[in-house]
Design a protein around this ligand. Structure first.
Ligand SMILES: CC(C)(COP(=O)(O)OP(=O)(O)OC[C@H]1O[C@@H](n2cnc3c(N)ncnc32)[C@H](O)[C@@H]1OP(=O)(O)O)[C@@H](O)C(=O)NCCC(=O)NCCS
Length: 132
């Protein structure tokens, strides 16, 4: 993914990921994120358009994956799986062997997906977001 993909990616996120979007996803912030985590985030392209995304990066000790999303017309074709496998691979190539994701508790599709990808759910962490 490059910042040139931003408009198309953001339009897809309006369909796939609206609830998870925030001011963190402004063009400026995504540009900074891509620069800090060079070559790690990806888009999937089918029929000449972006149909999948994954943002991947790390903070030096833990990998983080955000906005894993596939356009509804292209789901259940293992596009999400391929994106996440590649993201984890790139994080691992940076020497980071633990990767975290965030998934809404009521996102049953997301939870099935992450379980199938080998991610273990933890219920003993309280996460609260602070917005300025
Ligand atoms: C979650 C999402 C990215 C999955 O993308 P996808 O390309 O359709 O998923 P894949 O085809 O790679 O599925 C891999 C495995 O995940 C599981 N899975 C995926 N979608 C599922 C569903 N709707 N119900 C149950 N299991 C599902 C299956 O085990 C599947 O393997 P299988 O098809 O061989 O049975 C997609 O549904 C999506 O964009 N959802 C909206 C955004 C979202 O919630 N993202 C996750 C944020 S935490």
């Amino acid at each position: 993914m490059t910042i040139e993909d931003y408009d198309e990616v953001y339009a897809m996120w309006q369909i796939t990921s609206k609830r998870a979007l925030s001011s963190s996803d402004s063009r400026e912030n995504i540009k900074r994120y891509l620069e800090r985590n060079k070559g790690m985030s990806m888009v999937a392209v089918c029929d000449g358009k972006i149909v999948g995304t994954v943002l991947a990066g790390h903070d030096g000790r833990t990998g983080f994956i955000h906005h894993t999303a596939v356009h509804p017309d292209y789901r259940r074709k293992h596009i999400g799986k391929a994106l996440v496998q590649n993201a984890v691979q790139r994080i691992s190539e940076s020497g980071i062997n633990k990767t975290q994701i965030y998934c809404y508790k009521d996102n049953s599709t997301g939870q099935s997906f992450w379980k199938s990808m080998g991610f273990n759910r933890t219920d003993n962490v309280l996460f609260e977001a602070k917005k300025e």
